[in-house]
Write a protein that binds this ligand. Sequence first.
Ligand code: GTP
Ligand code: ZN
Length: 364
Amino acid sequence: MSRQREYDESDVRVRPGRRGSRPRTKERPAHADAVIGLVIGVDRGRWTCLVQDRPVIAMRARELGRKSVVVGDRVGLVGDTTGDPGSLARIVRIEPRTSLLRRTAEDDSDKIERVIVANADQLAIVTALADPEPRPRMVDRCLVAAYDAGMDPLLVLTKSDLRDPAQFLQDYVSLDVPYVVTTSVSGAEEGDGTDGLADLRARLQDRMTVLVGHSGVGKSTLVNALVPHAGRAIGIVNAVTGRGRHTSTSAVALPLADGGWVIDTPGVRSFGLAHVDLDRIIDHFPDLAAGTDECPRGCTHDEPECGLDAWVANGNAGPAGPSRLESLRRLLRSRAGTSDEHSAVHDQPDEPGEPPLVSDFAGD
Ligand SMILES: Nc1nc2c(ncn2[C@@H]2O[C@H](COP(=O)(O)OP(=O)(O)OP(=O)(O)O)[C@@H](O)[C@H]2O)c(=O)[nH]1
Ligand SMILES: [Zn+2]
C-alpha cells in the first residue's frame, strides 16, 4: 500500500512546493471551457464519463491532487472531449457532491477510508430470502452505511419463490425501511406484477441507486432484467483498457430505460463502519434523538447510563419507542467489531493507482 502511494502520480509529479506559495487561482485554473461529465465507470486509471450522450475516456489532471474520482461524480473535463477512439480528456475538477458512500478497508491496519460512489441517493440492499440464507447483520451494516452516507435504504428481497418474506421483514418493521420483494421464477409473464419487477422499477425511477449484495443473491439476474443491455453497457466502460467485462470488479453505472441509474458494485461486499458518526445514525431516529439530551458526554447510547431508556420508558417516543430503541441499538452494535459473517466476505482490492482517501473529502 505505502509503495503504491509513493508512486502515485500526485506524489511523484507534483513538486511539493511551499504550502500556500502559489495563488490558488493559478494552481486551480477556472477551466471555463470545461464540459461536465458523469463518471459511469473507473478502470485502471481511466475514467469513463458520459458527456451528453457520448462516453468520453479521461484521466485525472494533476491538480486534482489526491482526491478520489468515483462513479457518480460529476466532473469538469478539458482537452479532447470528443469521445473519438483513442481520445483522452482530462478531469480537472469534481463538482460538489450530494452524498458519499464510503467504507473503511478493515483489513488495513491504518483503517483507511475509501470512497465507493458519489451522489447516489438510494442504497438497494439485495438479499435473498433463501439460498443463500439472509444475513441480518450484514443488512444492518448496510443500513448504517446508507444512513451515514445520506442515502435512503431500500431492501430488495429476492427469491420469494423459495420463502415468504414475512418473517425476515419483522426485524425491519420498526425501522420503517421500504422494501420490494422479487422473484425471477414466478412462472408468470413479466409485467403481471407477481415478479416484483414493476415495484422495483418504480422505486428506482429517476434515482441514482447503488446495488449491494453478496454473491448468489441474484443481483446479476436483477441487473439484467432492469437494464436489458447491461452487458454491452459494461463492455463500453471496460473497452477502455481492453479488460473483459467479466473480470471487472469496479463499480459501474447503468442507465435505466425509465430514467435514473443503477450502480452495480461487484467489488463491494461489505462496509467497514469504523468511520461512521454516531450522530448521523441517531438523526435517522428523530423520535429518539431528543432523548439523548440527558445522556452523559460521549454516550454510546448502548450503556446503562444512557438517557434513552428513561426517555422511552416515560412514553416520550410513543408506543413504538421500545422497539425503535431496540432497533437503534441493534444497528449501533452492528458497527462494532467484525462479525464472523463479515470476515467471511472480503472486499476486493481497490483500483490500482487510486490514492486512498483519509479525510480530504470532508468538505465535499
Ligand atoms: N429460485 C430463484 N433463484 C434465483 C432467483 N434469482 C436468481 N436466482 C438464481 O440464483 C443464482 C445466483 O444468481 P445471480 O444473479 O448470478 O446472483 P449474483 O448475486 O449476481 O451472484 P454473483 O454473480 O456471484 O455476484 C443463479 O443460479 C440464479 O439463477 C430467484 O428469484 N429465485
Ligand atoms: Zn445515550
